[in-house]
Design a protein around this ligand. Structure first.
Ligand code: PMP
Length: 483
């Protein structure tokens, strides 16, 4: 999201160009680059890419985000955990020892495709905090270790999705999951949420819409706790309702739970998986409770599915990094990780408070936002007529960054919203960021008052009703390649 990754191929300028293009007589039309003595500025490979790449475009706002790491910009955009709060001396020493003579022969070696047993046992200890334990059928044997939560989502998609399949997902949804579903050439149908999470009636309606289209949704992808990007949590009564609806429809639930242990009230919520042995795949990660740089996550799946996930993972990566797995297993075996999670919770709660108080004090009337009880994110709705993506260049010029809501809907709607992250900047920086943002919003409102309120590309079908509902009002099922 922060745009620090490599530039997409389409932006690269090669000084030699594609060697066969001229010989093959490829000229003009789609797929042909503009050749000059300096090389090619367009993409000569266009007609060779796989179908699945068609919908996968580099973020238009990537270039803007490249400036957000500058110290003068307050970034409320990225979801980077505050890893400086870790006991880095002790962690560094542990990592050095793991790579040294005592352990290196094991940690620097290949490992099994399912992941190291010692780590899978630790994972079961961690999941027990969310009510997922042996009494609910969880066992190390049904855990697959992955490269972060992201590979876990990718594996689930590889195992279950064919091109054209339907995935139900909250509206808005985690942008990385949308990318995975797009790569699988699946159609995402968003299910609206409100302050209590996904709306059960809306789920029933979405299922009916999909059925009317002669399709069957393969699974519901949901982040029930401290949602990214909405910041809301699925309420207790709704948890059972959503599971009942899914069960009756034969709909698999993919529960993505990176933030479940980061609730500000202390006690973790029982996960959806703790209520059902079957029908729920549970995905999580150590990225938010320990360190994203180690890239370790997991899936807990019913036994038969677990087998498929391992096969898919072996085809993709052979095995997860043994070094990273050992680091996590050692950290969880020998360091006070429960206290560390408490420290993280306290830091994030203070930052959440700073963000909410600053928004209340500084944002103009007509702006609304969610009040997260955990996690990293606030979902903000702009005053009528404003568009978060249109406004972003002006915000960055004013030295504040956010993520426009458009990234969190498969159809690019959501322009009246933005995601604000409070996980990384200090409370003082958060307040300064909101002060800058409020000024930008006020100026934008003045401009709209003069030039009209019809924001170009304003989010069709996305609303926050007085009752607080947001999400795509109509099911959207883009076909692959329809961007
Ligand atoms: N799911 C959600 C909801 C997330 O917010 C993230 C990280 N932003 C992930 C999955 C991916 O986690 P990881 O960094 O472990 O790949």
């Amino acid at each position: 999201m922060t745009g620090s990754g490599p530039e997409p191929d389409s932006h690269r300028t090669s000084d030699r160009g594609f060697p066969f293009a001229a010989a093959a007589g490829v000229a003009g039309g789609a797929g042909s680059g503009q050749r000059s003595s300096a090389g090619t500025t367009l993409d000569d490979y266009t007609d060779r890419y796989a179908q699945r790449m068609r919908g996968m475009t580099a973020s238009e706002i990537r270039a803007l985000f490249s400036v957000t790491s500058r110290p003068e910009v307050v970034s409320l955009a990225g979801g980077a955990p505050f890893v400086s709060a870790l006991p880095l001396d002790a962690v560094g020493e542990m990592l050095g020892s793991l790579g040294g003579p005592a352990h290196g022969a094991t940690t620097l070696q290949y490992s099994g495709g399912q992941g190291d047993l010692a780590l899978r046992e630790r994972i079961c200890e961690v999941m027990a905090l969310s009510g997922i334990d042996a009494s609910t059928g969880a066992s190390p044997d049904d855990v697959v270790v992955t490269i972060g939560g992201q590979q876990a989502l990718d594996l689930v998609s590889r195992v279950f999705l064919d091109p054209g399949d339907v995935v139900l997902a909250e509206g808005p949804s985690y942008v990385g999951a949308l990318g995975v579903f797009q790569a699988a050439q699946a159609d995402v149908v968003h299910v609206p949420m409100d302050d209590d999470g996904i709306i059960p009636e809306a789920l029933t309606e979405a299922l009916a819409t999909v059925a009317r289209a002669g399709k069957r949704a393969k699974f519901l992808y949901t982040v029930p706790a401290y949602h990214n990007p909405a910041g809301v949590t699925l309420s207790e009564p709704r948890r059972e309702q959503i599971l009942d609806i899914a069960e009756r429809a034969g709909l698999l639930v993919v529960e993505d739970d990176p933030y479940g242990l980061l609730g500000f009230s202390g006690e973790p919520l029982p996960a959806l998986r703790s209520r059902r042995r079957d029908g729920v795949l549970y995905v999580s990660t150590f990225s938010k409770t320990f360190a994203p740089g180690l890239r370790v996550g997991w899936v807990l799946a019913p036994h038969a599915v677990r087998e498929k996930l391992v096969i898919a993972s072996e085809a993709q990566i052979l095995c997860p990094s043994m070094f990273a797995q050992s680091a996590i297993a050692t950290y969880f075996a020998s360091m006070p990780w429960r206290e560390q999670i408490k420290t993280f919770r306290e830091i994030y709660r203070e930052r959440r408070d700073a963000l909410l108080a600053s928004l209340t004090d500084l944002m103009p009337a007509g702006t609304r936002w969610t009040r997260p009880e955990g996690g990293f994110y606030v979902w903000l709705t702009l005053p009528e007529g404003l568009h978060s993506k249109e406004m972003l260049p002006r915000a960055i010029a004013a030295r504040v960054a956010y993520v426009p809501g458009t990234g969190f809907f498969a159809d690019g709607s959501g322009g009246s919203h933005m995601r604000l992250s409070y996980c990384f900047p200090t409370p003082e920086r958060i307040r300064e960021g909101v002060r800058r943002l409020a000024t930008v919003v006020e100026e934008e409102m003045k401009m709209r008052a003069v030039f009209g309120t019809a924001a170009p590309g304003a989010a069709p079908g996305v609303s926050w009703t007085p009752a607080g509902t947001f999400g795509a009002a109509a099911a959207h099922t883009p076909s692959p390649g329809q961007e």
